[in-house]
Design a protein around this ligand. Sequence first.
Ligand SMILES: Nc1ncnc2c1ncn2[C@@H]1O[C@H](COP(=O)(O)OP(=O)(O)OP(=O)(O)O)[C@@H](O)[C@H]1O
Length: 330
Amino acid sequence: MTNEQASSTPAAQAATRAADAVDGTAVAFAAVTKTFGHVRAVDGIDLRIRRGETVALLGRNGAGKSTTINLLLGLDTPDSGRVRLFDGTPERAVGAGRVGAMLQDGRPVPRVTIRELVDFVARTYPRPLPVDEALALAGLTDLAGRRADRLSGGQAQRVRFAVALAGNPELIVLDEPTAALDVEAREAFWDSMRGYARRGNTVLFSTHYLEEADTHADRIVVVDSGRILADGTADELKRAAGGTTVSFDLAGGSSEGLAALPGVTSVEIRGDRAHVRSDDSDATVRALAERDAVRRLQVAPVSLNEAFLTLTRASAARTAQDAHSLEMSR
Ligand SMILES: Nc1ncnc2c1ncn2[C@@H]1O[C@H](COP(=O)(O)OP(=O)(O)OP(=O)(O)O)[C@@H](O)[C@H]1O
């Protein structure tokens, strides 16, 4: 089923447009699936992104991020469900220049300068950004006269960002935009991206760098096996994954019974130090105090890395269990 076919009657379309205008929706996925052979790359995704939000898409290799992005951009059509951008189909939003994209496989264009390339792309859109502005936003003002096919990885990435901005899009979609960039180039890239987001635009980016999601996204969507595992702020994800790490010196004492203390979800002993994951750190700390086990006590929220691993490992275990059950039922 295509997005057009899924958009039903004119009355339903008008109702959706009115709803989008009122609630400021930039992206809406409704029960979207996409299968390649036996692989369910996207498996029933419901997702709504409001205008002005910066959203990070996180997931392991093969989780379904690129497929989700391709469906969003209309580069692929869902097997079922519906994708809407602003008040219409992805094809319409992209054609109107409302969406810019920076995908993983952009190739340099031979012989032209950076300015010529951005200018050429801008001319294909109805309401482009002035070329100088696109170049400035992407941090390319000083490089504008350089040939676009003779650049470092970081510079080439910035050119792709400028090309994505050229049509003056309201939504920009970035598939692993900082892959293979050094720390300085990554920082420069995120400065540019924030400048664009501050104008009230919507950003969706996928990344494997969790700290980038933590620092730059208003909201994080974790996908695994084509499904949304978690959707919230970085703090909400950290809480959902088991909250807090309480660590302390054992000082020769026993670690026995720690797993049974209130709030404790897991225990790890490294050397003479215990690291206890807790979803109720107040109760855990009180119980530790009663055991007189509070030497060099530290209480800290779990990192986004830990939260991500907790969420995706639980999902992998469920997938393995489902596969086992299916096998047994045959
Ligand atoms: N064109 C295709 N043909 C067959 N299988 C595909 C195709 N595109 C994606 N897949 C499969 O769908 C699943 C999701 O892939 P996808 O590229 O969306 O993951 P991803 O989260 O972007 O991964 P990565 O982080 O490695 O880029 C994978 O199992 C992949 O092998």
